[in-house]
Design a protein around this ligand. Structure first.
Ligand code: G1P
Length: 303
């Protein structure tokens, strides 16, 4: 699990293996967004001018990830096209001298061989989706990003996790406090210590009833996981909602290796929800220098 010994503060310390691979489960049906998602993957829904999955890939890249593994499903080919060259369009823009548009089209594209796709053939749950990526991930720690959870932050959310992981090793998840009546929407932590920013995880339960939830600290869709999680997912046991839950497999790793939650800095938007998605569009527009003034003036006048 360790990549080597390096000096830190004049001491030699074991550094955890770097996170080079990220898994993006993008097989979900997106029924909460019909009719928008009838012929388009929900991960291609646009916040301002970029699809949700584009933000997730950018975030992973900013955290040092070099291999992007998509677990897709039927009707998701627009995602593959998005992360590929679009020669016709590029040639046309080049011929017209539209250098800015050309840059917007390809500057961010992952390089050859940096993207891999596998299909989740049946919608059996998030745990199953991640398990489908096991051969592509292999025997190294990796990240998981859920594109529905969009985080507006100065330091990208996954980078915050990677920084914590560099100190702690083991499993690390992004967490935030939610109202107690919402615990049945999330994976919820039981915590053994809490310094305000980082918590030690003593237990995990998927979507508990508010009356029995061990806390109100919930997992947001950013994870750093040890490859042992695949051994637990291989049991294919179904949990909450009859689905194979990632949270249940993670819960089985507690005690074996370090397991931390990081209260990330930034604002999370639930883009799997209509209202959260609209909020995200407004917030991301207001965060952009080229749009802020117009959008703010519009909101003031309109509301
Ligand atoms: C999934 C996870 C859950 C996590 C949530 C974050 O749930 O199963 O543990 O808290 O993502 O968004 P889903 O939203 O897919 O039901």
């Amino acid at each position: 699990m360790t990549a080597g010994i390096r000096p830190r503060n004049n001491k030699l310390v074991l550094m955890p293996q770097p996170i080079k691979k990220a898994v993006f489960p993008v097989g979900g049906l997106g029924t909460r967004f019909l009719p928008a998602t009838k012929a388009m993957p929900k991960e291609m829904l646009t916040v301002v001018d970029k699809p949700l999955i584009h933000y997730a890939v950018e975030e992973a890249k900013a955290a040092g990830v070099e291999e992007f593994i998509f677990v897709t499903g039927r009707g998701k080919s627009a995602i593959e096209d998005h992360f590929d060259h679009s020669h016709e369009l590029q040639d046309t823009l080049a011929a017209r001298g539209k250098t800015e548009a050309l840059a917007a089209l390809r500057d961010w594209l992952p390089g050859p061989g940096q993207v891999a796709y596998t299909r989740q053939q049946e919608p059996l749950g998030l745990g199953h989706a991640v398990w489908c990526a096991r051969h592509l991930v292999g025997d190294e720690p990796f990240a998981v990003l859920l594109a529905d959870d969009l985080v507006l932050a100065e330091t990208p959310c996954l980078k915050q996790l990677v920084d914590a992981y560099a100190e702690t090793g083991g499993n690390v998840v992004a967490v935030m406090d939610v109202p107690r009546e919402h615990t049945d929407r999330y994976g919820i932590l039981d915590v053994s210590s809490d310094d305000g920013r980082r918590v030690e995880v003593a237990g995990l339960v998927e979507k508990p009833d508010p009356a029995v939830a061990p806390s109100t600290l919930s997992i947001i869709g950013r994870y750093i996981l040890l490859p042992e999680v695949f051994d637990h997912l291989a049991r294919q046991e179904s949990g909450a909602g009859g689905e194979i839950q990632l949270t249940d497999a993670m819960a089985r790793m507690i005690g074996g290796s370090p397991f931390h939650g990081v209260r990330f800095e930034g604002r999370r938007f639930d883009c799997g929800d209509r209202v959260g998605f609209v909020h995200a569009n407004v917030a991301f527009a207001l965060a952009r220098d080229d749009l802020r003034e117009d959008v703010e003036a519009f909101l003031r006048a309109y509301v």
